[in-house]
Design a protein around this ligand. Structure first.
Ligand SMILES: NC(=O)c1ccc[n+]([C@@H]2O[C@H](COP(=O)([O-])OP(=O)(O)OC[C@H]3O[C@@H](n4cnc5c(N)ncnc54)[C@H](OP(=O)(O)O)[C@@H]3O)[C@@H](O)[C@H]2O)c1
Length: 251
């Protein structure tokens, strides 16, 4: 029987898109879940939609990496334990800049803003989670949401951050698997969420860039997340599964 390997799980950026879908799947799998983000109104809306007694909301700006430990402690108190992290919060390039995707579209300040969320926070959250699990002798799970941008030629900060996250997943996964901490990642292709609202106007809009000809749904990524955080996911240790409808298959 497939079942979750962990039961008290933080999902950063869980108020929308892929994070919300993952939170919903983990709740259905019997976990207690904290969803975290900067906007409490968004989190409360997700809370109403997911309607579960096992769901908790936390205002948390992950870019303040120095505050990670105290946020984990608060999340642990809310749930009555902690043994799982979904490192999902991120900014898309156009969310960070309000402009396009070309290398010259980004300023040095915007580069830092994106990197602080997509890479620095992901690193410090992963490290804090590992610290807590090792200190408490917990056999837990960490899932890093990268992007298939990590598998393409890098033109900017987003791809650079996601490639680094993929590499950190490998390094941390190999190192802490022996402690019973299973660390994996997912590299989604274009998934129908607010992040890609600039070009994704409808879920049934054709998307020929993917071999499957369509956008990915957040619940499809969530099902994979469930698998990777399950008892079956343990054999995939330190890897990032590319789920991009064939986008980078032949690259
Ligand atoms: N959608 C795609 O096509 C796609 C493709 C590949 C990879 N991904 C990855 O999938 C993950 C989820 O993205 P999504 O598509 O679901 O986009 P989304 O709906 O925009 O979700 C991103 C979430 O991150 C949160 N967030 C942003 N900055 C934050 C901060 N400083 N502190 C805490 N939370 C923060 C946002 O909440 P607040 O604004 O309330 O803070 C939001 O809930 C990201 O890692 C993204 O890079 C997405």
């Amino acid at each position: 029987m497939i079942s979750l390997r962990c039961s008290h799980i933080i999902v950063t950026g869980g108020g929308s898109g892929i994070g919300k879908a993952i939170a919903a799947r983990l709740l259905r799998g019997g976990a207690r879940v904290v969803i975290a983000g900067r906007h409490m109104d968004r989190l409360r809306e997700a809370e109403r939609e997911l309607a579960s007694d096992s769901l908790y909301c936390m205002e948390w700006d992950v870019s303040r990496a120095g505050e990670a430990e105290e946020h984990f402690e608060r999340a642990k108190q809310l749930m009555g334990g902690f043994d799982g992290l979904v490192n999902n919060a991120a900014l898309g390039t156009s969310q960070a800049t309000g402009r396009g995707y070309e290398p010259w579209d980004i300023t040095p300040e915007e580069w830092d803003r994106l990197m602080d969320v997509n890479l620095k926070a992901a690193f410090f959250n992963m490290r804090t989670a590992v610290d807590i699990m090792r200190r408490e002798g917990v056999r837990g799970n960490i899932l890093n949401i990268a992007s298939n941008a990590a598998c393409m030629d890098i033109v900017g900060s987003y791809g650079a951050a996601k490639l680094s996250l993929l590499k950190m997943t490998r390094a941390f996964g190999k190192r802490f698997g022996a402690d019973g901490i299973i660390i994996n990642g997912i590299a989604p292709g274009a998934t129908f969420t607010p992040m890609i609202a600039r070009y994704a106007k409808a879920i049934d809009q054709p998307y020929p860039r993917h071999a499957i000809g369509r956008f990915i749904r957040p619940d499809e990524i969530a099902e994979l997340a469930f698998y990777l955080m399950s008892n079956y996911g343990e054999i995939i240790c330190g890897h990032t599964v590319v789920a991009d409808g064939g986008d980078t298959a032949a690259v």
